[in-house]
Write a protein that binds this ligand. Structure first.
Ligand SMILES: Nc1ncnc2c1ncn2[C@@H]1O[C@H](COP(=O)(O)OP(=O)(O)OP(=O)(O)O)[C@@H](O)[C@H]1O
Length: 246
């Protein structure tokens, strides 16, 4: 078995930025089907490995490409160049409410989201009570989730994701919307996963959290990898770049 949970090699991802030169309907009709756009590379030749069993922080300023990279990991986006390979079962919690159907109840969404993440109905039946208990939203479990607060969404989403028992758990900044008690519960869960040799990849703007939780980190800036390695060195380098006005 390899010591690498995720290998990212020369990953680039581009988006199209559309520019409307003239906003009138007449101009749009005259222009026909052609549109004016430029290619924007949100990730540019990014390569690094995530060691198995590490808690790995992804850091960098707003718009540096962290969420785009996580979406490539979770196969929501396909990179335009490069490759990503991972060893083991992956579960991802990316945006508040992603994978949930707003009209359905919390109970129905546990089954929907659980099966999207690869659990069988039998497995969800078995874990259902634990999922609800960890989420702390028991009272509202039969209400449509469109009435949930963002913290409640994240509680339920996180609870489903960890009950998939993934080898690699990928979490975007979403935990920040949970309250202090729930965040502490999540951090405890990260420690348990680490003790059991599982890998956690998380995005955070809170450097104290990254230093506290992670052993490794990668720093992205404007879609490029600036540094990947032990957490302290990487966070220090990122912080000094901010003092210098990166
Ligand atoms: N679907 C999209 N279409 C066009 N541009 C996009 C799209 N998704 C992301 N981008 C652009 O890609 C860049 C990287 O965005 P991304 O969300 O990955 O950054 P981030 O590091 O996660 O930022 P933040 O810390 O603010 O969450 C940004 O400039 C953003 O505008």
């Amino acid at each position: 078995m390899t010591d690498i949970a995720v290998n990212i090699t020369d990953v680039s991802k581009k988006f199209r930025l559309y520019h409307e030169r003239n906003q009138t309907l007449k101009a749009a009709i005259m222009r026909g089907r052609t549109s004016v756009h430029e290619d924007f590379w949100a990730l540019n030749d990014v390569s690094f490995d995530v060691p198995r069993g590490s808690t790995f922080g992804l850091i960098g300023s707003n718009g540096s490409g962290k969420s785009t990279l996580l979406k490539c990991l979770a196969k929501i986006y396909t990179p335009d160049r490069g490759s990503i390979t991972h060893n083991g079962k992956m579960a991802a919690l990316l945006e508040v409410g992603s994978g949930f159907h707003h009209e359905l109840s919390g109970r129905e969404n546990i089954y929907l989201n659980g099966s999207i993440l690869g659990m069988s109905k039998k497995e969800i039946d078995r874990k259902y009570d634990e999922i609800v208990e960890f989420s702390g939203v028991e009272r509202f479990i039969d209400q449509p989730v469109k009435n949930y607060s963002s913290g409640m969404y994240v509680r339920l989403g996180f609870s489903v994701a960890i009950h998939v028992e993934p080898d690699i758990l990928v979490v975007d900044e979403v935990l920040a919307v949970g309250d202090a008690e729930f965040q502490e519960k999540c951090f405890k869960k990260f420690r348990d996963l680490k003790t059991n040799g599982k890998t956690v990849i998380l995005v955070s703007h809170a450097m104290s959290t990254v230093l506290d939780m992670c052993d490794h980190a990668a720093w992205l800036s404007k879609g490029e990898l600036m540094m990947a390695g032990p957490v302290k060195e990487t966070v220090d380098a990122y912080k000094s770049s901010l003092n210098l006005g990166e």
